[in-house]
Every structure is written in C-alpha cells, then in structure tokens.
Design a protein around this ligand. Structure first.
Ligand code: SAH
Ligand code: SF4
Length: 393
C-alpha cells in the first residue's frame, strides 16, 4: 500500500529500471541486441530477428513512427503481434517555454510523475539539445540549482533517448517519406548538461547514446555529443571506451581548497587525480579536445592568478576552456563575475594558446541557462545530513 502523505522524493536511490507500461515493453531505448532478444521472446523466429530489428529500428528512429500499424513493410499479423507486446513511447511533454532568443525549454514528464527539463538552443550553424540524465542530482555543487534538489531517480535509457525524439517531434524534424533529403539538422548536437550527473547513470546514458549515434536512426556522430561530468574519475576511461563521445569537465577551480567548496566530489577525486584521468581520454576515445568548463564566480575563482594556475594545470592536455558567466538563481550564494574580469581571465588563457570562448548565457528569461534547471514539482530540498553524506564529508 502506498502512503498518500509520503513525499514523492522518498526513494532516494531508486535503481534504474524499465518501468512498466502495462505489460507491454517500451521499444525506445533498447539497444539493437536488447531489441533482438525482446523480439525473439515475443515470438519472432530467431532467424528473422535481426532483419526485424533493422526494419523496426528504421521506422522508430529514422522516420519517427510511433504506431506499429504504419510499419508497412511488416506483415499485418506481425504488426498486430508487436502492438500486443510492445509500445513506442517517449516522455510526455508537459510544457514548452520559448525565450526571446529562441531558446526552448521543455518540461517533460517521465514515469512515476517526475519531471525533468530539456533545453534546445538554436544557433546559426547548429542546434544544440541539452538533455538530462537524472531527476535531481546526488552531488551538491554549491553554485548549481539542480544540486539543491534531491536525487529522485536515474533516467532509463528510453527516457534519455526519448528527450531527443521529443525535441525532434516539437521541431518537426522527422523526414517526410518521398521528400528530398534535407541535410540541415535542427538538433545537430546533443550535450549531456541538463539535470544530473551522467556518469552516475553510466549504463543508461551509454545505451541511450548508442541509440542516438546509430547510423540507421537518429544518426548523430559521436563528435556531436558532449558529456559533461563533475569529475567521476573511475568512469572517465569507460566513457572513452564505451561511448567515445566528447568530454567536458566541470573544473571550476584551480586549487583543491576552492574546488572542494564548489564541487564537493573533489574531496573524493581531487584535481590531480582528475587531471591524470583526463590525460588519457583523447587517446582512448580518439576524440578531440576536452572542454574544461569554468563558471565565473565573482571574487571566488576569477583572479589572474587563477587563470595562470589553470593554464599550468592543464598543460599537455588537448583542451579548450569554456568560461561560463555564473547564472544566478533565487537564493544563490554567488554573483557573476564582472564582464571585464571575465575578459581579462579569457585573455590570459588565450595568450597561453588555448581557445577560451565565453559562453553566452541563453534563455535566461525562462530560467533555461546552465545550472538553472530544477523541477519546481520536486520541492524537497536536501537535508544537511544528506548533503554531507553525498559529498563524502
Ligand atoms: N552534472 C554535470 C552536467 C550538468 S551541469 C556536470 O556537473 O558537469 C552543466 C554545466 O553547468 C556544468 O559545468 C555545471 O558546473 C555548470 N553549472 C551549474 N550551475 C551553474 C550556474 N548556476 N551557472 C553557470 N553554470 C552552471
Ligand atoms: Fe550535479 Fe552537475 Fe549540478 Fe554538480 S553541477 S550538482 S554534478 S548537476
């Protein structure tokens, strides 16, 4: 029996699972292997299973079809069998806000009634979709709004892929049969920079990205996917080997003393340990540079000395440094660095030979900027004890 008064956030460490959709299984988010096994289990002859995976895959991920009845290259009775055993389900779109600058923020409901946010950022030559990997976050970075929210649960692979599909629905991006092939992609890049720490939900994030990268479906190249981590060192090499996407690291400080305060997981894996893991990344994943994200907090981490230390620390790592002007949220304990301070900081880095773009805050009027995502429906705040325990204090 469920207790009607219990807070919905009580299940602090829910294990990721395929949530029940009646007794029908959701196809979205299954890897090719998982789908093959599921089809066989549902009565597909083993010899045909691989071909059926290919056909269904194309309908779902290339054409964006959500109804088995439309899969016209499958026999009618096989379509009926599929409809009996499976669903093709993406999360539910609850609301959409469009910023003055064109940024779109989607509030998305997943199984259990929880909500996460997804942000679409159109730019001249690309469109970036910022997706979430968890409801809330176990970590407690002191400048991050999501960090003040409890972790409710990990997203399933289907819920992660589903965010990309839902954005394509909203943008009308699925190809139309018979229409000339359109090479411009509205969602051309995906960044795992929404709510949650992706490397604390590794398997689901990996499986979801496998689906997104698959050449016969959504087909985004691994170089157009960036995973941002606060520095979960044991999972970094695995990210290179099992996903191979680009990596961004929330670095944010140049001494352990300051990083301990800003990104408390630094107490577990400090700057030196983190840098050692990063040195191997590009080689392991055959990827390009690592992005060092650095949030500019007035009087905290924005001095010339910081800039010089930063350059020294990352020496030898193919890197670019992305300076993020702090995005304020109600009750935030920091202020954004002044603009000339940010420019002076960028200049030192640039002169040392690194690209140092300053990230233009997007969607500020709809609270869609980096680190501002927090679902209003999940009101529970972490207790002091939880914060201490999660930060390994
Ligand atoms: N959990 C992952 C990814 C999500 S956060 C991580 O921490 O990397 C995406 C980026 O936004 C991170 O670099 C994060 O440190 C930064 N960020 C968080 N809160 C912010 C804020 N209020 N202003 C600017 N950047 C912020
Ligand atoms: Fe979690 Fe990232 Fe926010 Fe830190 S910055 S609390 S890791 S979402």
């Amino acid at each position: 029996m469920t207790d009607a008064t219990a807070p919905i956030t009580q299940d602090l460490l829910t294990i990721p699972r395929n949530l029940p959709e009646g007794d029908r299984r959701n196809i979205v988010g299954l890897t090719r292997d998982q789908l093959r096994l599921a089809l066989i289990e549902a009565g597909t002859p083993e010899k045909q299973a691989k071909m059926r995976v290919g056909q269904i895959w194309q309908w779902v991920y290339h054409w964006g079809v959500r109804d088995f009845a439309q899969m016209t290259n499958l026999a009618k009775d096989y379509r009926a069998l599929l409809a009996d055993k499976f669903v093709i389900q993406v999360p539910e779109l609850v609301s959409k806000q469009v910023s003055m600058d064109g940024t779109r923020k989607y509030l998305v409901r997943i199984a259990g009634g929880h909500e996460v946010e997804v942000v679409y950022i159109p730019e001249e030559s690309r469109g970036t979709l910022c997706i979430s990997s968890q409801v809330g976050c176990t970590l407690t970075c002191s400048f991050c709004h999501t960090g003040t929210q409890k972790l409710v649960r990990n997203l399933t692979a289907g819920e992660i892929v589903g965010q990309v599909m839902l954005a394509r629905d909203d943008l009308g991006e699925w190809p139309k049969p018979g229409a000339p092939k359109d090479e411009t992609r509205l969602v051309s890049n995906v960044v795992l920079m929404g709510m949650g720490e992706p490397l604390y939900n590794f398997e689901n994030v990996r499986d979801a990205m496998q689906v997104v990268m698959d050449g016969e479906g959504i087909s985004l190249s691994r170089r157009r996917i960036t995973l941002s981590t606060s520095g979960i060192v044991p999972e970094i090499a695995r990210t290179a080997q099992e996903i191979g996407c680009l990596l961004a690291v929330s670095f944010h400080a140049t001494t352990d003393e300051v990083r301990d305060r800003l990104v408390p997981v630094n107490k577990k894996w400090n700057i030196e340990t983190l840098l050692a893991a990063l040195r191997d990344y590009p080689r392991l994943s055959n990827s390009e540079r690592i992005t060092f994200e650095y949030v500019m907090l007035k009087g905290v981490n924005d001095s010339d000395e910081d800039a010089k230390r930063l350059v020294k620390l990352i020496r030898g790592i193919p890197a670019k440094i992305n300076l993020i002007p702090f995005n304020e949220w109600p009750g935030a304990p920091y202020q954004r660095s002044d603009w000339d301070r940010i420019e002076a900081f960028a200049d030192i880095i640039y002169k040392a030979g690194y690209a140092s773009p300053i990230r233009t805050p997007r969607g500020e009027d709809i609270m869609a900027a980096c680190g501002q995502l927090k679902s209003a429906t999940e009101r529970a705040r972490k207790s002091r004890a939880e914060i201490a325990a999660e930060a390994g204090l």
